[in-house]
Design a protein around this ligand. Structure first.
Ligand SMILES: [Zn+2]
Length: 278
């Protein structure tokens, strides 16, 4: 009986751990008010973009990764605000990280200093995000990510949000854009710097704040789907009704972690599927 249960558990683990050979999966974790997206690439490479506001990311990773796997290939920090970095403190304690990508700009808050200390202790290969840099992911040349921001040409304020690392992940013909907490003016600047910038799936900037997204950026980007990573009943009023209206006006399928739970995209480089927890 016990053996049968163990065996059943193992199959569940294998089913959860297994990606089909040629699929990329992007899991927007429901971590409350914050961002955390876990990417599993063909051939098994793993990448975590932000860690959310607390420990919730550990439970999510525990379900998404095989129990014996204690290593993550890439961690990208968009910016060291607590709703993005706090979960990464826990991840760095619990997993061995091979590569860490961040802006190198810690900002004024205590989290930035803690992040610098923890990164130094981790012993990972640290990459300071430089716009235009491209990183191959495995042997398939159609699978890579590129750093788009922070770019010198972006009119930045002094805040951490404006200096968010923006990355675009590509697999075959499909592209995912992770915008951190940039403001709409930085979205417009991205379109100027990278004419023709497009994405199939957009992680909506700044949890759907009305300052993060405008129609010009959305119409240029023309995503099929948008994800808002946001906590239920948050005190910021995210996402803003204006942004929801703009998204629906452009006919963009919009999913929200506060309503849909974890949001999982799968693609073979052509076809794109989504499955939500709720
Ligand atoms: Zn944020």
């Amino acid at each position: 009986m016990v053996f049968a249960l163990l065996l059943a558990n193992l199959f569940v683990w294998l089913a959860l751990a297994g990606t089909s050979q040629n699929e990329l999966m992007v899991d927007f974790f429901d971590v409350g008010q914050g961002d955390a997206a876990f990417v599993r690439l063909p051939q098994g490479t793993q990448m975590l973009i932000d860690g959310g506001p607390g420990q919730a990311v550990l439970e999510k990773l525990g379900k998404a990764m095989p129990f014996y796997d204690r290593e993550i290939d890439w961690v990208i920090l968009s910016h060291p605000d607590r709703d993005h970095v706090n979960g990464l403190f826990a991840v760095l304690k619990n997993y061995r990280i091979k590569n860490i990508v961040w802006s190198g700009m810690p900002g004024e808050a205590a989290e930035g200093k803690e992040w610098i200390n923890d990164v130094a202790k981790e012993g990972a290969n640290v990459i300071l995000a430089a716009p235009g840099e491209k990183f191959d992911l495995g042997s398939d040349p159609s699978c890579f990510f590129e750093v788009l921001a922070p770019a010198a040409a972006i009119p930045s304020g002094s805040g951490n949000n404006d200096l968010s690392v923006v990355v675009r992940l590509a697999y075959g013909a499909r592209k995912f854009l992770f915008t951190g907490d940039i403001a709409a003016k930085e979205g417009q600047a991205l379109e100027n710097i990278y004419p023709g910038l497009a994405a199939d799936v957009l992680k909506v900037a700044h949890h759907g704040s009305k300052y993060g997204t405008d129609g010009a950026f959305l119409s240029a980007l023309a995503p099929a789907a948008a994800v808002i990573s946001v906590g239920q009943g948050n005190s910021y009023g995210h996402p803003s009704p204006e942004v929801l209206e703009i998204l629906s006006g452009y006919g963009i399928k919009t999913l929200r972690t506060d309503q849909n739970g974890d949001i999982l995209f799968r693609t073979d480089g052509e076809r794109l599927f989504v499955r939500t927890q709720q």
